[in-house]
Design a protein around this ligand. Structure first.
Ligand SMILES: C[S@@+](CC[C@H](N)C(=O)[O-])C[C@H]1O[C@@H](n2cnc3c(N)ncnc32)[C@H](O)[C@@H]1O
Length: 452
């Protein structure tokens, strides 16, 4: 075995990009080595920074032989900021990496032997797409700053503009920072528990242009600042909703328990296709409005193939899928554990005039999915990153549910769940959608059919 030691420098050939966006190299007879900012096919000189039994981690020193897809990242802070991982590869290559990340998870974690060939649907313009940004606030040389955390740290990296945020969010962020500088407010310091400003959360209606600002604070802003924020809303045409959220905890969680409306509307609006959606500070809404329409069209196509008597939209968030499907299918029940999301799902049903055909229930999928499911019922699962609960997988198997539509934002937990279902279900069809260009994340839609 090659001695791969911390501090040692090696020439390595990069085999592929893996989940997390790092490149993987397999030195002959050595442990696998992971490192950032490299691309498949490249030869690089790297220094080992971490060594465990079967793996090591390295930092890139020099690209000795470049991949054809290597490009100059558009963002000046790409190599410092933790937000994007793939800007150094051209967009077509990024889509190929995502396909191989999914396939690698299916093989290695899912132990699956076969699945249909599938496409990763990309964006025509894979920039400025995020409709939600959460920006930590800090201080540098006694001046207020904002930006994103450096990967794995709480150091704030400032940027002139974030290349994946919707531009109106970038523009508003500059003005919000100016506003609080002028009011001489201090950033919250988690070490001393002093200061007030913690995060700026900005959400945008991609199709409507409406903006919502939530100022996350350690203690309530003063009456004077709150009054000035009302004036700020009047001055900024696109800004239609301002909240403050008080988070008193020493925690990594961004939002505290309660968001208080300070000025303007309770929610902003966005559209997916012809459907209208309300967005509150804490309600779930997919961050890439443009790609979400493609995702939901695939869901609708797969559901049409099955033509179910009833649909469960399990983990429904603000009910976006249920509402998207409501003009095509009759009985739809949405289930979500978050009160804010279910409240906004009900508002969304009203906004679209379909309250009588969809039903939204507050609670866990584990508790609310019926013990007995009929043959013609379709369950759409869109769980959080951790995937499906064990009892839900058991329930599906026991009920011999005919079809399942599984939407996943995490190929590793998707592969784990497919492994657990593989004895009873086969993958009938699948498509991936690039909801998160420039990052390693990818959304996968899988249609499962029960084996005879
Ligand atoms: C990926 S999001 C759903 C997105 C939604 N389908 C959409 O397209 O907008 C996952 C949702 O699962 C909810 N959730 C997490 N654990 C849950 C559970 N055990 N039961 C029900 N809902 C849960 C979260 O509140 C969140 O809204």
């Amino acid at each position: 075995m090659v001695t791969v030691e911390v501090g040692g420098e090696y020439l390595l050939n990069i085999e592929k990009i893996v989940h997390g966006g790092e490149g993987l190299a397999r030195p002959e007879d050595g442990p696998v080595v992971f490192m950032k900012n490299v691309l498949p096919g490249e030869t690089v000189r790297a220094r080992i920074t971490e060594r465990k039994d079967s793996m090591a981690r390295a930092e890139l020193l020099e690209v000795v032989a470049e991949a054809d897809c290597r490009i100059e990242p558009d963002c000046p802070v790409f190599y410092e900021c933790g937000g994007c991982q793939l800007q150094h590869g051209d967009y077509q290559a990024q889509l190929e990496f995502k396909k191989s990340i999914i396939e690698e998870s299916f093989e290695r974690i899912g132990k699956l032997e076969e699945w249909p060939d599938f496409e990763v649907l990309g964006m025509d313009f894979p920039w400025y797409y995020r409709n939600k940004g959460q920006f930590p606030v800090g201080e540098k040389d006694e001046e207020l700053i904002t930006g994103f955390y450096r990967a794995g740290s709480h150091e704030i990296i400032e940027f002139p503009e974030c290349k994946i945020q919707h531009q109106p969010i970038n523009r508003l962020l500059d003005k919000v920072l100016e506003f609080f500088k002028e009011h001489n407010l201090m950033a919250y310091d988690e070490k001393t528990d002093k200061g007030i400003l913690r995060h700026f959360l900005i959400r945008s209606g991609f199709c409507t242009g409406q903006l919502q600002l939530t100022v996350v604070v350690r203690n309530s802003l003063s009456g004077e600042v709150l009054d000035d924020l009302k004036k700020f809303l009047d001055e900024e045409q696109a800004l239609v909703s301002i909240y403050q959220n008080i988070n008193t905890e020493k925690t990594n969680r961004i939002l505290g328990e309660v968001s208080e409306l300070i000025a303007g509307e309770k929610y902003i609006l966005d559209y997916i296709g012809r459907n209208k959606y309300s967005i509150y500070p804490e309600s779930f809404f997919q961050v890439n409005t443009v790609q979400t329409e493609k995702l939901y069209d695939i869901v609708a196509d797969y559901a049409r193939k099955i033509n179910p008597g009833k649909i469960y939209d399990a983990f429904c968030g603000s009910g976006a899928i249920a509402i998207y499907l409501a003009d095509k299918f009759e009985k739809i029940t949405g289930i979500d554990i978050s009160l804010e999301s279910i409240q906004s799902a009900r508002v969304n049903a009203e906004l679209n005039g379909i309250s009588s055909s969809v039903d939204f229930q507050l609670g866990s999928v584990e508790d609310l999915l019926p013990e007995e499911l009929a043959d013609d019922e379709l369950i759409i699962f869109d769980p959080p990153r951790k995937g499906l609960p064990d009892e839900t997988i058991e329930l599906i198997k026991e009920n011999r549910v005919e079809n399942i539509l599984y939407i996943s934002c995490n190929p590793t937990t998707l592969a784990r769940d497919l492994k657990n279902l593989a004895g009873d279900y086969r993958i009938e069809d699948m498509t991936a959608v690039d909801m998160f260009p420039q990052t390693y994340h990818v959304e996968t839609v899988v249609l499962l059919e029960r084996k005879e």
